[in-house]
Write a protein that binds this ligand. Sequence first.
Ligand SMILES: C[C@H]1O[C@@H](n2cnc3c(O)ncnc32)[C@H](O)[C@@H]1O
Ligand code: ZN
Length: 428
Amino acid sequence: MILIKNLSYLIDKDLKVYENCDVLIKKEEDGIKKIVGKNLIEKENLNKSDLKIIDGKNKAGMPGLVNTHTHIPMTLLRGIADDMRLEEWLREKIWPNEAKLTKEDVYYGSLLGCLEMLRFGVTIFNDMYFFAEKVAEATKEIGLRGVISFPIIDVGTPECENRDKLIRMAENFIKKYKEDKLIKPAIAPHAPYTCSEETYKECKEIADNYGTLLHTHLSETRYEVVEMENKIGLRPIEYLEKIGVLDNNVIAAHCVWVTKEEVRKLAKHKVKVSHCPISNMKLASGGVMPLIEMLNDGVEITIGTDGVASNNNLDMLEEIKVCSILHKAHRWDATVGDIDTVLKMAFNSDALGIENNDIVLIDLTAPHLRPIHNIKSNIVYSANGNDVDTVIANGEVLMENKRFKCIDEKFLDKLYEKVDKIKEKFSC
Ligand SMILES: C[C@H]1O[C@@H](n2cnc3c(O)ncnc32)[C@H](O)[C@@H]1O
Ligand SMILES: [Zn+2]
């Protein structure tokens, strides 16, 4: 059992704030149980020798951050191609370099990505990358929880060039992990411009049969929308609706270029949207995701960083601040993207079908986090990922006082050496 004693502030999933409390975390057969109150040792009659005690003084606790769209192994491609728009970035830089990746490279890139997320308080994530088994393996080793989706592209991926075979591999991947405690497998047709109607339909059938999510990029750029309108006379969301893919098991990343009518379609089919403001701005995807219209129509919106090659980090605290201020600037309205709205999106793991029972502690002993008029304000507008001090995920202390507990830290040097070596095979 873990006891956080004298926690200065606790923000719960419903964004209620408690002050000066203890939090007891018990890992039981049927899940994680949490008790919040004062003087829990006495009240719950706890034996100190059964407890891992964490000092909560000058710390703020909150649920684990949830990154709902990323490509974790792309940590390997950090900084390889900046200041380019999506289409050229993908075709000229990212895909040619990804073609050189082996499954071992993806494993090390995933470890690096998981440690980066952990360092920044992200405990649950939704990934889409080649060699998904290696992403799953690294995730389990670090102890995070993730929806790991197996990507499909019609022309093939670095893992396999044959689409039919890829679909069978995706199904086997789902079978292998479907009972796993930390991993929820899923399938990911990459985007409407890389996957045919047949591919989307087959992926949807697999997602339905196995009860998994279908993760896809959707309406990310104006180019994507115009290209589709020219080819088939439909916008990407209209097209996916027409072929029967839109559903409540779909999680769609980006959804920037979306009309009001399409927002209604997303809401009608209960599609979950992963909003990736930094990646959209950096890749100059143009436009801004219609947050207000989506919220007004009841679309479930979550937040993602996208991959490190378009962000260029996995700092979800940075992402929520940018999300908030982007929409204020865009709408000339300071009330838009308010503190509670962005925090709710950042803690939302329900969209992934995972319960967020994790706790992240922020160290408040830093000049930029004092004084504290409103702890939620300091977290959204003043903090960043480096302020994360301790992470308890799935009932385990994975990081304490900014030190990784899930690995021997001596391994970090070896990991950095490995990724430096992998770096040599890429060309900028
Ligand atoms: C899984 C593949 O998806 C690629 N990717 C990474 N970021 C984006 C994005 O913003 N839009 C479309 N595709 C993206 C990644 O490089 C892999 O090739
Ligand atoms: Zn992406």
